[in-house]
Design a protein around this ligand. Structure first.
Ligand code: GDP
Length: 454
């Protein structure tokens, strides 16, 4: 990234629309914009946070009537001078405006470059950068609300507070070392132990919100499994309320898996219709599908075993028991499908709970949806202002390990040096969360996943 350049890009999605926004950011933003914009005043003389109506020209050719929003450094998203051009939507007009800006001295922005500049100019930290991505890609109402709070700096504040506390501990430990020959104690060791245990607990609480955060970020993953012809595809369609998966009386028609999403009470549910599972399949394509199914189930939050009750209520029990052993972290649900085909079934003799449905007759589908929604919303209320991602969780685990070692050193009566080394490591890792200690590789990965214009 060259911070000397003035960059521009469309911030709104390309296509036909009433309005589009083009961002121009950098030290020459006003000079470049003034070459093309004719309004009541020159933009270089306009106060910050004002909007100006005018005409946008390519030399003498009028391209559009626009509004120019002026943000002066450092009071802007990137911390640089910014002009946000509000023009009419459409492929041609926006491209013409961008080409004219480039001709006048701007360069086209790389993906995520506006946000990268905001980060490098200290406007936002890495947790806020991640919140920007989460807001843009949000699939759930609650997820987008939490990302908004993270964007305001909620996570950053919590990390900074822990860091400050550990920094003062370190300072006292190290000061004590300087006075070691005088046997002065600057810090009470039992209080220090309590502080370290509490900090570990805070990190663990954050880590525990990881799976809920994943649900809010990517949706609650529900896999439908069962023996061929149990009615998985029919149920998949019934849950989605549309014809998406092929229903066939011929066993083994779903060869890999089909995926679609639905929203239950604001939570995005990712539904997967999988290949029928069979232990003794000799059809090679279907075996490949079954491998897909196994990979998919590994990451499912809820696994629904679809059983053909007209064969027997316990027909899929061996499959259920097999999968519970394989995926102990997942939640399970045993669904008795084709209830319309049986007249007489003794529920009381079943020593496990099931939901009874008919996917073709729309019986029990509402009850199943309620069950999915309840399973998805469990734990969600625990998270408030942080959408934990894999990067955070890896670093939090390192912080916990470092603090655990420092506790061991303390309990074994080791010298302050040994205790403070690991507290310092924890402090360093906390700085990695906020981006204070930047790892270029991480930064590049993060920003390249953004779209152009963000
Ligand atoms: P899959 O192999 O598990 O995906 O099963 P399908 O959804 O393709 O269904 C297999 C057959 O069972 C089809 O002929 C469906 O119409 C039928 N079927 C599915 N659900 C029901 C149901 O609730 N009642 C009845 N009577 N038939 C069903």
């Amino acid at each position: 990234m060259n911070s000397q350049t003035t960059i521009c890009a469309q911030a709104t999605p390309p296509g036909i629309s009433g309005l589009a926004v083009i961002r121009l950011s950098g030290k020459d933003a006003f000079t470049i914009a003034d070459k093309c914009f004719k309004g009541k005043i020159l933009l270089k003389n306009a106060p910050s946070h004002t909007i100006h109506y005018g005409k946008f020209y390519d030399s003498d050719t009028l391209l559009d009537t626009i509004t120019a929003s002026v943000f002066r450094a450092p009071h802007s998203y990137t911390g640089e001078n910014i002009i946000e051009i509000g023009c009419h939507g459409g492929y041609v007009v926006t491209n013409n405006i961008i080409s004219t800006l480039i001709y006048s001295g701007a360069t086209i922005a790389l993906p995520g470059e506006f946000t990268q500049r905001a980060f490098l100019n200290g406007k936002i930290d890495l947790t806020q950068v991640e919140a920007v991505a989460d807001i843009i890609h949000s699939v759930s109402k609650q997820g987008s609300h939490i990302a908004a709070r993270q964007l305001l700096g909620g996570f950053k504040k919590r990390i900074t507070a822990i860091r400050q506390e550990l920094l003062s501990v370190c300072a006292l430990l190290e000061l004590e070392l300087d006075f070691s020959h005088e046997d002065i104690e600057f810090i009470d060791k039992s209080n220090l132990l309590i502080l370290l245990y509490n900090t570990i607990q805070t990190c663990r609480d954050l880590l525990n919100s990881f799976s809920a955060s994943s649900v809010l970020r990517d949706g609650f993953r529900v896999g439908l499994v069962g023996f061929p012809n149990a009615g998985k595809s029919t149920l998949f369609n019934a849950l989605l309320d549309k014809k998406r998966s092929i229903v066939s009386p011929i066993a083994g028609t779903t060869r890999d898996y089909i995926e679609d999403s639905l929203s239950l009470n604001g939570i995005s549910i990712q539904l997967y219709d999988t290949a029928g599972l069979r232990h003794d399949s000799t059809d090679t394509i279907e075996i490949e599908g079954i491998e897909f199914t196994q990979k998919l189930l590994e990451t499912s939050n809820l696994i629904i075993i679809v059983n053909d009750v007209s064969v027997s209520p316990v027909y899929s029990l061996s499959l259920y028991e097999h999968l519970v052993k394989l995926y102990p972290e997942s939640k399970f649900c045993y669904v008795q499908n084709k209830i319309d085909c049986v007249t007489n079934i003794d529920i009381h003799n079943l020593n496990f709970s099931s939901i009874f449905i008919s996917a073709t007759q729309d019986i029990g589908i509402k009850q199943l949806k309620d069950f999915i929604e309840k399973s998805a919303s469990e734990n969600l209320e625990r998270i408030s202002d942080v959408l934990l991602n894999t990067r955070h969780s890896v670093i939090l685990s390192k912080i916990i390990s470092s603090l655990e070692i420092s506790i061991q050193s303390l309990e074994n009566g080791f010298s302050n040096e040994y205790v403070s080394i690991d507290v310092r490591n924890a402090i360093h890792f906390l700085g990695e969360i906020t981006g204070e200690f930047m790892n270029e590789e991480i930064l590049n990965t993060l920003f390249s996943s953004f779209c152009i214009g963000k």
